[in-house]
Design a protein around this ligand. Structure first.
Ligand code: KIV
Length: 273
């Protein structure tokens, strides 16, 4: 789909007050399950680095890693809009941003996202003027966590709120079809949502946005070592994995449970598909 058509489609969703639903995926089965659940957007986010690859933050993620996971996710997505993140230092110049965006599209994404507002207008314009659909990301920017010294709420002061509004207007002007607002003070997020005509998609930014995005591992409780305060979990998958693994260890170590069942019902994915 052309960028202009996607911008129009998302503007119309906002006019109809249809809230945008978005979750992350990094592998084929999750992508397929999310896609079948009717989500609007599936993001191969660079949160990949933390919740799948075990890095301390997203600043370690490499382009090859995002490309690898984007290819896997693309195989599972039929309906939703598949967006992929440009990792840190893969968009330092407009030329580099466009080259990275093209690689992500080649890997199966239909749109791309990078972190930054006014500071990155040249990069965003390079992407959108090449016809590549673009999702913006402003507010708390995880790729800047080291400079910032932590994940801090943005837009609490009047100056910060005005700066964020300027960012939002700039990315809209540069051709974005939607704007992720990460950990923005709820009043500011609401004010920005009223000021732009493309949907804002909040994460930890209150209920005044036009949609919501979450890291799937947070939503389903698959990364139990850290869950952001703003996440309302809908499942506790880590506990189920632990219980299943413990049951397996117990039954395998306890004769005669290492058993007929294992021998008779050997797994044949082709026959079961
Ligand atoms: O990387 C990611 O998962 C993201 C979302 C949290 C918005 O950018």
């Amino acid at each position: 789909m052309r960028n202009e058509d996607l911008v129009e489609q998302f503007r119309e969703m906002k006019q109809r007050r249809e809230r945008v639903t978005a979750l992350t995926a990094y592998d084929y089965p999750t992508a397929r399950l999310l896609d079948e659940s009717g989500l609007d957007v599936i993001l191969v986010g660079d949160s990949l680095g933390m919740v799948v690859l075990g890095y301390e933050d997203t600043t370690h993620v490499l382009l090859n890693e995002i490309l690898h996971h984007t290819r896997a996710v693309a195989r599972g997505v039929k309906r939703a809009l598949l967006v992929a993140d440009l990792p840190i230092h893969t968009y330092d110049t407009p030329e580099q941003a466009l080259q990275t965006a093209r690689q992500l599209i080649e890997a199966g994404a239909r749109a791309v996202k990078l972190e930054g507002g006014l500071s990155h207008v040249a990069q965003i314009e390079a992407i959108t003027s090449a016809g590549i659909p673009f999702m913006a990301h402003i507010g708390m920017l995880p790729q800047s966590v080291r400079e910032e010294g932590g994940y801090k709420v943005k837009g609490r002061s009047r100056e910060q709120a005005e700066a964020l509004l300027a960012d939002a207007r700039a990315v809209q002007e540069a051709g974005a079809f939607s704007i992720v607002l990460e950990i923005v003070a709820p009043d500011t997020a609401k004010m920005i949502s009223h000021a732009v005509n493309i949907p804002t998609i909040g994460i930890g930014s209150g209920n005044g946005c036009d949609g919501e995005i979450l890291v799937t591992h947070d939503l389903i409780g698959l990364f139990p070592w850290f869950t952001p305060k703003f996440v309302a979990q809908e499942a506790h998958v880590a506990e189920q994995i632990r219980a299943a693994a413990t049951a397996f260890v117990d039954r395998t170590r306890t004769p005669p449970c290492h058993s007929e069942r294992n021998e008779v019902e050997s797994r044949n994915p082709v026959a079961e598909a």
